[in-house]
Design a protein. Structure first.
Length: 166
């Protein structure tokens, strides 16, 4: 729920209220707020994806906000905002599988562009800072750099012309 609210809203709803908001999104059934990866029947990873207008924190970010010629309210631009992979499954392709599936999900709901906001963790960045993915992860799934406003952060994009891999 972090990217779906302003900082003030998120802090005011910390804990149970934010968990309930996520449950409400799932139960609404209009579209899933993300994807869960399973191994041997157990959840091992998560990827959040939705139309970019659903993420006010992205739209207000000085680093991730859309380019001046890009309509921030365009519902055909979808955003991948975060990943989580259990420690025992990191490095095994779970995040890449989630990203490919997220592209398929968005394409199936009419997306024409998918964006990601990876953090380049080279040079000593803390591993937890890559919860938005890495440039290599996005490149492997067919994304290219679209815009860069900070040394370690970029907006990467992939146009969608069909569901499936890159």
């Amino acid at each position: 729920m972090f990217f779906r609210m302003t900082g003030r809203e998120f802090d005011a709803r910390a804990g149970a209220a934010n968990r309930q908001s996520l449950r409400d999104l799932v139960e609404d059934g209009e579209r899933p707020p993300g994807l869960v990866a399973y191994a041997d029947g157990e959840p091992v990873g998560w990827c959040a994806i939705a139309p970019r207008p659903d993420y006010p924190r992205i739209l207000r970010s000085p680093i991730n906000t859309p380019a001046p010629d890009d309509d921030p309210a365009d519902p055909a631009v979808w955003s991948v905002t975060c990943f989580y992979v259990q420690r025992a499954h990191r490095g095994s392709g779970v995040a890449r599988s989630l990203l490919v599936a997220a592209v398929d999900l968005a394409a199936g709901h009419g997306a024409r562009v998918i964006e990601g906001y990876p953090n380049d963790a080279t040079g000593g960045a803390h591993p937890l800072s890559v919860y938005m993915g890495t440039p290599d992860l996005f490149r492997a799934a067919g994304f290219t750099e679209y815009l860069r406003r900070a040394d370690r952060r970029s907006i990467m994009r992939r146009e969608v012309d069909r569901p499936g891999g890159p």
